[in-house]
Design a protein around this ligand. Structure first.
Ligand SMILES: *Cc1c(COP(=O)(O)O)cnc(C)c1O
Length: 370
């Protein structure tokens, strides 16, 4: 059976972990954390990034940073991973779910304005499959209503938005804050890991405090204060140097990993009709304003029966294909708090979208039986 995912190892991970252990500093914010953060900041011109223990953690830091008060509302897509919504819900926000685009699972920018109220604090967008949402339109809406924009860029490393003036902007650098994941299912991975990117100067100092359990320990290390103290809310969001060392081995191989994923994605797009002959489905659509980081190859079936038939067919050919999110506006945890609007596109993707195996060591030739 060809699995859906197989985490790729570059071969350097253990060498860097051994080195991290030998330095004697294996808690967080050491040599490898700095190497990773500096590399990422300069490669994609982020103002400031902080490694975290997961993408979920980075989203939780976003929720703390925007100072939510009970009753504040957050606009969030329904078709996304639980953490996109849960991070804000835990801080007392009311979730207002938006639908997906008819042509793409990302948030429908035309659905946002009618959801804005006096209580709206932020719009959270998800760059599904590493493909950008319409950030020109979304930033315009946010600026007009004075809202924060948080990018859930968990799947979006090394992907871009092409703005109206034809500037290529790395995803995660456009909103006020953004969250990335290095979970083993993502392009660049360290088992469990993530990163907060801070694009708005106002949040940088406080983000460091929240990252370090609500203390000014970062200032202490810089020699700015002689003792560190409890000065704000926070948690233990920083990963150990063992995780950061693993991550560095992956980041070093970024262009090779991305090259190989692109090759497989392109192969799928050329051969998908042959692979799924006799089925009715749509191929992934990439809007003109988006690039593709080959995080995922998926198809959208005509209905859920067709998808079931496709899953069985692929399984009988030794290929493991998997569905994706259940809509959050219908979830057991939050469904009863939703205002009852049907979100037809989110429900469609939940019923009809199917993801195919895509990982570095996948051998395309094995997908089609001869
Ligand atoms: C993977 C993912 C997350 C969560 O990241 P973790 O590192 O697993 O916590 C959040 N949002 C989206 C869209 C994801 O794909």
């Amino acid at each position: 059976m060809i699995p859906f995912n197989k985490p790729y190892l570059t071969g350097k991970e253990l060498e860097y972990i051994r080195d991290a252990v030998a330095t004697g500093h294996i808690s967080g914010n050491g040599k490898y954390t700095r190497i990773c953060q500096n590399f990422i900041e300069s490669k994609w011109s982020f103002k400031k990034v902080l490694l975290t223990t997961s993408g979920t953690d980075a989203l939780e830091m976003c929720a703390l940073l925007i100072n939510l008060k009970p009753g504040d509302e957050i606009i969030v897509p329904s078709f996304t991973f639980v953490s996109t919504a849960l991070a804000f819900c835990r801080e007392g926000a009311k979730l207002v779910f938006a639908d997906s685009r008819p042509d793409h699972p990302g948030i429908d920018e035309n659905d946002i304005v009618k959801l804005v109220t006096k209580r709206t604090k932020a719009i959270v967008v998800v760059h599904y499959a590493g493909v950008a949402c319409d950030m020109d339109r979304i930033m315009e809406i946010a600026n007009h209503f004075n809202l924060y924009v948080i990018e859930d860029a968990a799947q979006a490393i090394d992907s871009y938005f092409v703005d109206k003036k034809n500037n290529k902007k790395p995803l995660g650098t456009i909103g006020h804050l953004s969250a990335f994941s290095f979970h083993e299912t993502k392009n660049i991975q360290c088992g469990e890991g993530g990163m907060l990117a801070i694009n708005s100067e106002q949040f940088i100092k406080r983000a460091e405090v929240i990252w370090e359990k609500g203390t000014n320990r970062s200032d202490f290390f810089r020699g700015v204060v002689s003792k560190y103290n409890w000065i704000d809310t926070g948690s233990s969001f920083l990963p150990s140097e063992i995780t950061a060392a693993f991550l560095w081995a992956q980041l070093e191989a970024l262009s090779e990993i991305q090259r190989r994923r692109r090759e497989i994605w392109t192969w799928y797009d050329k051969n998908i009709d042959a692979l799924l002959r006799g089925f009715h489905f749509h191929r992934p659509y990439i809007p003109n304003f988006a690039t593709n980081n080959s995080h995922m190859y998926y198809v959208v079936c005509e209905n859920s029966n067709e998808r079931e038939r496709m899953i069985s067919y692929l399984k009988s050919n030794g290929i493991m294909a998997v569905t994706h999110y259940l809509p959050l506006h219908m979830s057991p945890f939050y469904g009863k708090l939703h205002d009852g609007r049907a979100l037809a596109e989110a429900e469609k993707y939940s019923d009809c979208l199917l993801r195919l195996p895509l990982y570095y060591e996948l051998c395309e030739e094995n997908l089609i039986k001869h």
